[in-house]
Design a protein around this ligand. Structure first.
Ligand SMILES: [Zn+2]
Ligand SMILES: [Zn+2]
Length: 365
């Protein structure tokens, strides 16, 4: 039996079901299909009130996902015209995907945290000639061969001097078109940006904005003190640990993540049901937040012992081979290792030097 077959499928990997189920008063869980490493669906919650319905995390920016979303709304009894609000928990494509289209078709508000920002900033002027963009966009679904002139994105030029993440050509092209002509690709532009502790009326009651940086800098959770619900996006997932990478704009994303886990855990006693973006709703938010913290503390311990055993400076890529299994190696693993090493450096435990353009880390004496 292969290792893959021996491991039970986690709930976050389940393919998207078509049913729409009430999981808290006025809160329906629907699932949209995604195909990403370790994930089979994204939960798209529908929050019902007198005005119609608010949609949380409307899936990937693909026609198939949008079609599934329209079908789920219909099966819940909502034509598109009744969507008045779209909440986007954070700036990942499986969460913001349908937001721009919903806004274009219904005029619905797009609600995010104040700091919401796409991986590229859509307010920046395009960095290729605008004349070239329609051609690139038209070719999007046809080209399989890489074009050399499609410039690499920042996450492929890593701060630590490693090879970075391999992004498939079609996806690179999509990102380029989305960045160059955000209106054409229906990239979401928030109409309501929430600050910490702001409230918003959803499902007929007020929800409190809880900024939870870590997985992304702009991650937003929403807490409903009346029914004890927490919309927790990718911040706390039921059985898998969210990716904490070092390629964003934060100096210490892991430190921020720890603080954000403590923040939602403090709501724990009041939370009856946590509503994650992947997997099933669950009850013990504080316990799950603690488990995720312990997981990352174990990685920090592993880096401490590895560095002590090596007894010399080592690159992020080398440290990563000690932290992750061979099948997990690559740019994403390096990015997560970098986030952990930087957390230790900023805490004074590690020292960093740069050799031949690559960072090397060694324990502080
Ligand atoms: Zn995410
Ligand atoms: Zn996600």
């Amino acid at each position: 039996m292969s290792d893959q077959a021996a491991r039970p499928r986690r709930q976050e990997q389940e393919p998207a079901g078509e049913d729409v189920v009430e999981v808290a008063p006025g809160v329906l869980r629907s699932q949209l299909p995604i195909s990403m490493p370790g994930l089979g669906h994204v939960n798209c919650y529908l929050l019902e009130d007198d005005r119609g319905v608010a949609v949380v995390d409307p899936g990937l920016p693909t026609k198939a996902s949008y079609g599934a979303l329209v079908a789920r709304l219909k099966s819940a009894g909502y034509p598109l015209s009744r969507v008045h609000t779209v909440i986007v928990t954070h700036s990942h494509p499986d969460h913001f995907g349908g937001a721009g289209w919903l806004h274009a078709q219904t005029g619905a508000d797009i609600v995010t945290h104040r700091s919401f920002r796409l991986m590229w900033d859509p307010t920046e002027p395009p960095d290729i000639d605008v004349e070239d963009v329609p051609a690139l966009t038209a070719e999007l679904d046809e080209l399989d061969e890489p074009l050399e002139h499609v410039r690499r994105f920042p996450w492929e030029n890593t701060p630590w001097g490693g090879p970075g993440v391999e992004v498939p050509f079609k996806r690179r092209l999509w990102f380029r078109a989305a960045r160059a002509l955000p209106h054409m690709r229906k990239m979401p532009v928030p109409t309501v940006r929430l600050d910490e502790a702001d409230t918003i009326s959803l499902a007929g009651r007020d929800w409190i904005a809880v900024h939870t940086p870590g997985h992304t800098d702009d991650h937003l959770c929403l807490f409903d003190p009346v029914e004890g619900c927490m919309l927790c996006g990718d911040h706390v997932l039921p059985t898998i640990t969210p990716h904490i990478g070092g390629m964003g704009t934060s100096r210490d994303p892991l430190g921020a993540f720890f603080a954000s886990l403590d923040k939602v855990a403090a709501y724990g006693p009041q939370v009856k049901v946590a509503l994650p973006a992947h997997g099933h709703p669950f009850a013990d938010l504080a316990g799950r937040a603690e488990d995720i913290k312990v997981h990352h503390q174990g990685r920090l311990d592993k880096l401490r012992t590895t560095s002590a055993e090596l007894d010399r400076p080592a690159t992020v890529m080398e440290m990563s081979t000690h932290l992750f299994s061979p099948r997990a190696q690559g740019g994403m693993a390096d990015s997560e290792t970098f986030a952990h090493l930087e957390h230790m450096r900023l805490g004074g435990e590690m020292q960093r030097r740069s050799t031949d353009g690559a960072f090397e880390y060694v324990l502080t004496d």
